[in-house]
Design a protein around this ligand. Structure first.
Ligand SMILES: Nc1ncnc2c1ncn2[C@@H]1O[C@H](COP(=O)(O)OP(=O)(O)OP(=O)(O)O)[C@@H](O)[C@H]1O
Ligand SMILES: [Mg+2]
Length: 493
């Protein structure tokens, strides 16, 4: 963009006013078009698998560690070998100085003291060469530094006067002749052997380190491949699992590691999915089954009446049809409530609900519609909740009690320890202890109720439980010697 364009652009952009959703979309589009910081980085993140990444990280980490280690090794080796050279020339210089002190320069035989790589000079006070070993004979002095008697000075020379390019360690040691003339003994030793050792080790490292890195990369690649094999097996198995085949499980490796944990977690998830799918299928088939009988009864009633229209009692027929239609309507509304609760939880209104009013209304209803003795213990209790749903829950419990009672139903509500407690009791056959939890499942009716006229569909208690859970409450049948007692507890405000 040229300068004018750059200046104009913000103004042009400002002119278009975007709504929040549109500006979010525009931002997302800009971000998606933005080129990745480095092309390699983006490609690497997208395409390099765990194996490649693990291997590269291992190679880089080991490479860095080995490089630092090699550097340190070479430095220490160089220092150690040089220290050895220093010690050797120090010994030799001391030996020569001792010799000069006793026998003077004339008694000195430098040829005898030569090792392969060293050179010796004895300098006078004025820097003149008093004696020199054959290798440096006729050359200028190696050092001009005057060194006091008994003192020593170590230095490094990159090349000797008149010598080749070899580096030397040089020691100048102050000595004295028998007639008290100060001299300087200078001993130099080539660092050639030190350099050769360092070069050899460096060469070995230059070959060995890349080989080591190739080995590390290969081993990591192969080990991570082996470690990922169970993951691949799990992936393959999961890709074959679909709704009709929820029964299969992913393979669980023997080693109790992270993959074992993953496989077990997946299998537990599949257990839950299978159970949910089974429950869904059971619900649909039970629901269809329950819908069939009122529909069949409706159809039979109408068919009989149509077969003999002149003899049919149309008033009774219409009453029977209406009765079945009402049953169907109740059933369908129960099914709808449960299906919606499964889908997104119970949708509830929030209000203050007077439970004592609900209990009173149920008492009045029972008294006016049945011959049962209805006992009511009421105290004012108010809870937050959905008035319609809570009435429905209490009605379901009262209907059950009325259906199974011999002669008496008792209703009560009171507040205890922060809970509202609704109890409905009857003097009927009661529910066997082993069935007291099961009756809250959908479509569960105990044998005795199936044969009873006007028996329900087995959804009433399931609905009560949904409503009580949605109010963070709890519903259960208690152990009583006669009849049954069901208690619904709801948190007070
Ligand atoms: N008070 C009770 N006494 C004895 N058995 C009961 C009592 N309440 C419930 N049950 C048993 O529990 C079963 C399930 O009750 P639930 O209210 O869920 O279904 P239902 O009453 O049969 O049908 P619905 O309530 O859908 O019309 C009943 O069929 C009955 O066998
Ligand atoms: Mg019921």
């Amino acid at each position: 963009m040229n300068v004018v364009g750059r200046i104009m652009a913000p103004r042009a952009r400002r002119r278009v006013r975007l709504g929040p959703a549109a500006s979010l979309r525009a931002y997302a589009a800009r971000v998606s078009q933005r080129p990745p910081r480095t092309r390699f980085g983006a490609l690497w993140r997208r395409h390099a698998g765990v194996r490649a990444r693990t291997s590269l990280v291992a190679v880089v980490a080991v490479g860095a560690a080995v490089t630092v280690g090699s550097g340190l090794l070479i430095t220490f080796l160089d220092r150690n070998l040089t220290a050895g050279v220093d010690a050797a020339i120090q010994l030799q210089a001391q030996d020569i100085a001792d010799n000069i002190r006793v026998e003077g320069i004339a008694g000195l035989d430098l040829r005898r003291r030569l090792t392969e790589r060293n050179v010796i000079q004895v300098l006078g006070r004025d820097g003149s060469i008093l004696a020199a070993s054959p290798g440096i004979d006729g050359e200028p002095p190696m050092t001009h530094a005057a060194v006091a008697t008994g003192k020593a000075k170590l230095s490094r020379m990159e090349r000797l006067p008149g010598g080749n390019d070899e580096a030397y360690r040089v020691l100048a040691l102050g000595g004295i002749t028998p007639n008290n003339l100060p001299v300087t003994v200078v001993v130099g030793q080539s660092l050639d052997s030190v350099q050769a050792s360092v070069d050899t080790v460096t060469g070995l490292l230059l070959v060995g380190v890349p080989l080591l890195l190739i080995l590390v990369g290969g081993v990591t690649w192969s080990l991570s491949g082996r470690a990922l094999r169970p993951v691949e097996a799990i992936r393959r198995q999961v890709s074959d699992i679909d709704a009709p085949r929820l029964g299969s499980r992913v393979p669980v490796p023997e080693a109790h590691d992270e993959v074992w944990l993953l496989a077990n977690t997946m299998n537990r998830m599949l257990d839950r999915l299978e159970a949910a799918a089974d429950a869904q299928r059971g619900f649909v088939s039970d629901a269809s089954h329950e819908l069939r009988s009122p529909l069949a009864s409706l159809r039979a009633t109408i068919e009989v009446a149509q077969a003999h229209p002149d003899r049919a009692d149309w008033k009774r027929t219409s009453e029977a049809v209406l009765e079945e239609a009402v049953r169907l309507e109740h059933l369908v509304s129960d099914l709808l409530l449960l299906a919606r609760a499964d889908e997104r939880g119970l949708q509830m209104q929030r209000a203050d609900v007077d439970l004592d009013d609900i209990i009173q209304a149920e008492t009045d209803r029972l008294r006016s519609t049945t011959d049962l003795a209805v006992i009511c213990h009421n105290e004012p209790v108010r809870v937050p909740g959905d008035p319609e749903r809570l009435s429905r829950a209490v009605r379901n419990l009262v209907d059950n009690a009325a259906r199974h009672a011999e002669s008496e139903v008792s209703l009560s509500v009171r507040a205890i320890d922060g809970w509202a407690q609704v109890e409905v009791a009857d003097d009927g056959p009661g529910i066997p202890a082993q069935d007291r939890r099961r009756v809250f499942e959908r479509f569960v009716r105990l044998d005795e109720s199936r044969t009873r006229d006007g028996g329900g569909t087995g959804l009433g208690l399931a609905i009560v439980q949904q409503i009580s859970t949605a109010h963070e409450g709890r519903v259960e049948f208690l152990d009583v010697p006669v009849g049954s007692l069901v208690r619904l507890r709801l948190p007070l405000a």
